[in-house]
Design a protein around this ligand. Sequence first.
Ligand code: PLP
Length: 496
Amino acid sequence: MSTSLNASALARLLGSWRTGASPAYRELADVVRLLILDGRIPLDVALPSERALSQTLGLSRTTVTAAYSQLREQGFLGGGQGSRGRTNIPHRPGASAASPGAPGLAAPDGILDLAYASLPATGEVVHRAFADALTEVPALLPGFGYDTMGVPALREAIAERYTEAGAPTTPEQVLVTSGTQHALNIVLRTLAGGQRRVLVDHPTYPNALDAIRASGSRTIPVALPPAGSRLPWDVDAMSTALRQQRPAVAYLVPDFHNPTGRNMPEFQRRRLIREAAGSGTVLVIDETLRALDLDGGGQPPFAALSTDSSGVVSIGSLSKSHWAGLRTGWIRASESLIGRFAATRTTMDLGGPVVEQLAAARLVRSFEEPLEARLASLREHRQVLMELLDRYLPQWEFERPDGGLTVWCRLPTPSSTALTVMAPDFGIRLAAGPRFGAGGAFERYLRVPFTLPPEQLDSAVRALRAAQDRLDASPQLQNSLRQEARRRHEAPAAVA
Ligand SMILES: Cc1ncc(COP(=O)(O)O)c(C=O)c1O
């Protein structure tokens, strides 16, 4: 695996980075820092040599040396002067650490991670499911272990769950995937791509936007109405876009939408199904957050409302309800579409790991078991976060999420990227608002998850307040970071 970045790859990521607002070395260091924080430059990767980068960017060697020195001083580059520094996110002593060594923690110890909206496993229940799954393994060992469609027990369990929710489903209508993101990539590769159009809610889940872009499709964003509007989705605008643009696919997150936490009412779902049928658009419904219904307002799945079995494709996973480490999800669609998705899937992988699927089958069969405790603690965390935001950041506006894991905040100024860049100095990691939109939108927004325990939420919101104060005290800093934001968000980046 390559662990170094060559000069032309870095130049591409930098784009048109120079504004002239501050010395070149400082601008270069700031933009590289943002790329590291955004995840566009991975951690522990060697940056290009000073000589190569200065040649590629047409800069003096002194400028690159000074930029690298600044990154080293700030802790974003490890390794000594002269050696090729490796990317890093600085450790901040004193801040509370998340469980060391646990996989999937984007931020290093000492940084509170507000960029990820994910939870640890639902404890004992997941562990038990794995332990029980292991007892089934001997019976399967004589087989080859490949199963493109998924382990039958899991396909049956998922089909039963849809049937119980009002969408009669057979196991043949289910393809098991390695999570929703995998499912979405399979669906896009099959139904979109080649400059076809994909309609999305705007804002929406960043990795979905990246997947749409990577598939070669064109994104058609339709804005969600502002907080406090009468209706949570603007189905009139969506219908117009469907009629005029005739997208191949509409990717929607109607159940506790990421990032706003909104829930689409049944009549809007029904109307969208009619409109999409009229424009020949397949509705791809991301149900990853469907189980995180905090106020009991859950709606029937889209698949239960549609009479056209090819018009709705549902994708989902156990990542938010149970544990993202299961890497187990699904596609529910008509049998003929499932056949096409399976053919696409084999170009990517030949099936999921068996033990995870056996464990997932057990979890799906007793789906609700761990949820009561999870929802109770999320309700408490949501309340704590909203109170903290009211207390420490009264100028930030937000709507109360119906479910999900996050609060979508409107900032008093377009300073989301500036806060994100400064955040590690205050012991937090953020995902800037523009990650949730196309073309640099949402610089006035920040998604704040309520996944951390209350004490950590308290530290995180105080840190946000301190970062906001620093920004307010320095219009100059705000200006230069705003310019940087404009440049950076021409090409949005990756968050989870
Ligand atoms: C709306 C949405 N879709 C998909 C995903 C990714 O899910 P998975 O872990 O199943 O790939 C997430 C994770 O945050 C999400 O919020």
